[in-house]
Design a protein around this ligand. Structure first.
Ligand SMILES: Nc1nc2c(ncn2[C@@H]2O[C@H](COP(=O)(O)OP(=O)(O)OP(=O)(O)O)[C@@H](O)[C@H]2O)c(=O)[nH]1
Length: 488
């Protein structure tokens, strides 16, 4: 639209305004007079989109890799019509010639042919030439796991796999994670039965001491500590977590197969490791749902496992020594007792209609519990827990099916430890005096409000400090550093 001081003058401005009114008013007052005077200008496409498409050279963001970019900015390349010089009624201006677009990249079909991927255009393929592949800068050898058991519908004659390959689990990586209950070692497992990444949260802080083995054998993954290939380097082993002691700039000791297996003479006097087989629960663990106590159970399991243990001193049986708690939570990706999150959410709606958790599952065509424990048992064996000839386990559960399933898988359970919900413990605490709560290691005022990890209290410590400082100093996060605020 023209400006008042513009050489075109007031008439042009009024004409522009009239046209704008015509286009934007809900009903133009003299519509009957003007009918047919203007061509309708309803845009089928967003005008901004059209403007962007028409502007500048024929550039989309997919063209950035191409070769004409040096020419952008060159006046010869800017061959588009100069609209600032437009005059009403003026003759169409000469257009400057555009530079011819040339790409140095061969056509896609030729590039695919070179890579032997002809005809696979739509497959999601990663080629060696793909830039910025996360794994490129850290190639890790991976051990072979037998292929997944084929389902009857997917098995074809051309891809013959043994019908029921023996279950194999493989710990792919392990790392230390500080938690409010002390350090744990998070282990990530693959297996040849399902495509899920099951986890083991191993509590065994004695491993962090330089001068271990301690009184009890270390809880370590056999498959992680194994040699994966002749070509693996010490750095490969350390990067995947196959190290001993505490990893730091000054301490980098790769582990060797069989580390931590030695059965110490004092083993009979040390309680068996405390174990929980926990099933994933997004709602309870992540968003603090109070529809279940899964978040609390996970927190409580780690807390109980990490409680220090008092044992007879091997050098003087008349005295006792305290050793760090030990055990593991095997965290199975069996959301909603195996029915999955989608079905569990639907089941919750049925529960709101008055059905209980079991009926809701059944109404959806599921079983009350669709979990299996073969993989959990295999992970326990890999960690040297409950297996033949090694330590038995104390199992934290109220679920008899879980106990039986594990025993059927050959896991030796020497004791069942009940999982009492904290709110019940509190009520018991009121009824019976302080004995029960004290027996579980905390009193009325401590932690009873924290139903989940989320409500569980403040997180602090050396590792968190370091992490936050790096974010401020290297990533520009807007947080006052502790030293900056100490004076204020
Ligand atoms: N389908 C369904 N799953 C639920 C519901 N509430 C919790 N879960 C799931 O139940 C599983 C939790 O089970 P566990 O913590 O192993 O508990 P459990 O089998 O009762 O046994 P213990 O706690 O060991 O005594 C998680 O996968 C949750 O997602 C529900 O209402 N419906």
């Amino acid at each position: 639209m023209a400006h008042r001081d513009d050489h075109r003058g007031i008439e042009d401005s009024l004409a522009d305004l009239e046209l704008l009114d015509m286009l934007t008013a809900p009903a133009f007052p003299n519509a009957h007079e003007l009918k047919g005077a203007y061509k309708r200008r309803d845009a089928d496409l967003d005008p901004l989109l059209l403007a962007a498409a028409a502007s500048y050279a024929h550039v989309t963001r997919n063209h950035y890799a191409h070769d004409f970019f040096p020419a952008i900015g060159d006046p010869r390349a800017e061959g588009a019509y100069d609209w600032t010089k437009w005059q009403p009624g003026a003759a169409r201006q000469e257009r400057k010639p555009r530079l011819k677009y040339e790409s140095r990249q061969a056509p896609r079909s030729q590039r695919l042919k070179q890579l032997g991927l002809e005809g696979k255009e739509n497959d999601s393929v990663r080629t060696t030439s793909t830039p910025l592949r996360a794994a490129d800068n850290l190639p890790l050898p991976t051990p072979k796991i037998a292929p997944r058991e084929p389902s009857s519908s997917s098995a074809s004659a051309s891809t013959q796999v043994p019908p029921n390959p023996e279950l194999e689990v493989q710990c792919m990586a392990r790392t230390r994670v500080p938690t409010p209950h002390g350090p744990v070692f998070l282990h990530l497992y693959h297996n040849n039965r399902d495509k899920k990444e099951h986890l083991a949260i191993v509590v065994d802080p004695a491993q962090l001491q330089e001068d271990y083995p301690s009184l009890a054998p270390s809880i370590r993954s056999r498959t992680l500590d194994a040699i994966w290939s002749d070509s693996e380097t010490e750095m490969d082993r350390i990067t995947r977590g196959a190290y001993v002691g505490r990893l730091s700039k000054d301490s980098q000791k790769p582990s060797h197969p069989g580390v931590g297996r030695a059965v110490t003479p004092s083993l009979d006097t040390i309680p068996s490791p405390l174990i929980r087989i926990h099933s994933e629960c997004f709602t309870g663990e992540t968003i603090g749902s109070m529809r279940c106590d899964c978040g609390e159970q996970l927190d409580e399991a780690i807390r109980q496992i990490a409680l220090p243990i008092t044992v007879p001193d091997p050098s003087d049986p008349a005295r006792t020594v305290t050793i760090p708690g030990r055990g593991a939570v095997i965290y199975m990706r069996q959301e909603g007792r195996g029915i999955g999150l989608l079905s569990k959410i639907r089941a919750y709606n049925l529960q709101d209609l008055g059905h209980d958790t079991v009926t809701a599952n059944l109404l959806l065509g599921h079983q009350a519990d669709e979990r299996g424990y073969e993989i959990a048992a295999a992970i326990l064996r890999d960690l040297g827990l409950g297996a033949d000839g090694l330590e038995g386990v104390r199992l934290l559960t109220n679920n008899p099916d879980k106990m039986h399933a594990l025993e059927e898988e050959g896991i030796r359970i020497v004791e069942r430890v009940p999982m009492v919900p904290r709110s019940w413990q509190r009520r018991q605490h009121h009824k019976l005096g302080h004995d029960l709560a004290d027996a579980h290691g905390y009193g009325e005022d401590e932690r009873v409000k924290g139903a989940t990890m989320i409500g569980g209290g403040e997180v602090y410590g050396e590792d968190l400090d370091k992490y936050l400082r790096t974010k401020v100093l290297r990533m520009g996060h807007m947080l006052p550093l502790l030293s900056d605020t100490s004076d204020s």
